[in-house]
Design a protein around this ligand. Structure first.
Ligand SMILES: Nc1ncnc2c1ncn2[C@@H]1O[C@H](COP(=O)(O)OP(=O)(O)O)[C@@H](O)[C@H]1O
Ligand SMILES: [Mg+2]
Length: 315
């Protein structure tokens, strides 16, 4: 009963998903759930397992183990029911460049078996919503990458998809197109579509997502809101310091409040739970050793720090 409730509250529910290619554990015991109408980010470096996961979520690839439920339906048992509810924008565009946006959308609509009488009106509505109505009769080959990506999104939405899966939708786009696509994603969310997107762009995840799962080497390293992810790591702030001459070897790691010392170029990066107290101890240390600070900075936690810490730990 409890499991039923959990499934109905979350529109996407993934349990213990696994996929191995020969020797590579591409996806290793991944579980998470996506709430209705949220933007869920799957953030990870290249080769982390993002595309493999997305392909299993959308029924394009069969997992070795684990289950995927979308809207309460098991994708393995009811693939058609599930696929009718979702739209997919793959990593490599699947639209036809020789066709126009309108022709592409009509084709996608026919694929879903949408009635001819309703399809043109719906296609035109989508073109308008995405701001490509004026170009509806030009071949896609004449478009920028950002515009093509909009056509892909329109094709994925023709079916009134409730969940939209986007695989690195802004990768390789210029700044302007990236902004356009992000606006489209936010716009879709407003109309009640749930969004699952993969990205290796931390700032994109930070800007768009309500929840972020950080994936590294096939495993989930953390799942939380961007703000909570930052907060969790507040405890591991760092102080960056350099002196006018080298302090005695290992002397820094002896200082109170020091968790870990790392030498980076001419600077030392000291992680600590209390930057304030550490700086006071550092000051007495410098006084005693008769050395002077040439640089001193407290490094706050950015999502980038969280990401690097989590993905470096896995190595
Ligand atoms: N069809 C495949 N055959 C063999 N290895 C694969 C295949 N697809 C993905 N992989 C491997 O699985 C790992 C995860 O890949 P992928 O899911 O594409 O990562 P991401 O999308 O995060 O960059 C990588 O090591 C990749 O080389
Ligand atoms: Mg990928």
């Amino acid at each position: 009963m409890q499991e039923q409730n959990a499934i109905s509250m979350s529109i996407v529910k993934v349990n213990n998903l696994k996929k191995t290619f020969q020797e590579t554990r591409a996806v290793d015991n991944v579980s998470f759930s996506v709430k209705k109408e949220e933007i869920f980010g799957f953030l990870g470096p290249n080769g982390a397992g993002k595309t493999t996961t997305l392909r299993m979520l959308t029924g394009l690839l069969k997992p070795d183990r684990g289950t995927v439920h979308i809207n309460g339906w098991n994708i393995d048992k009811d693939p058609l029911k599930v696929k009718m509810k979702l739209g997919v924008i793959p990593e490599v565009s699947n639209i036809y460049k020789d066709l126009t946006p309108l022709q592409n959308i009509l084709l996608a609509g026919r694929f879903y078996g949408i009635k001819r009488s309703t399809i043109t009106g719906k296609a035109e509505q989508l073109l308008q919503r995405l701001g490509i109505y004026e170009q509806k009769d030009q071949p896609v080959s004449e478009f920028s990458k950002g515009m093509r990506q909009k056509v892909s999104i329109a094709c994925a939405l023709i079916n009134n998809a409730e969940v939209l899966f986007l695989d690195e939708p802004t990768a390789g786009l210029d700044v302007h197109s990236r902004k356009l696509i992000r606006e489209v994603i936010l716009e879709m969310k407003k109309t009640g579509v749930t969004i699952f997107l993969t990205t290796h762009d931390i700032e994109e995840a930070n800007q768009l997502c309500e929840q972020i799962a950080i994936i590294n080497r096939g495993r989930i390293a953390a799942i939380d809101t961007p703000e909570n992810l930052k907060r969790i790591f507040k405890e591991s702030c760092a102080v960056e310091v350099s002196f006018d001459r080298m302090p005695p070897p290992d002397s820094l790691s002896q200082i109170e409040e020091t968790k870990h010392v790392e030498k980076r170029g001419d600077k030392f990066r000291i992680t600590t739970a209390s930057p304030d107290r550490l700086i006071k101890h550092l000051a007495s240390f410098a006084e005693k050793e008769n050395i002077a600070f040439t640089h001193l900075a407290v490094l706050g936690t950015s999502l980038e720090e969280v990401f690097l810490t989590l993905t470096e730990e896995g190595k």
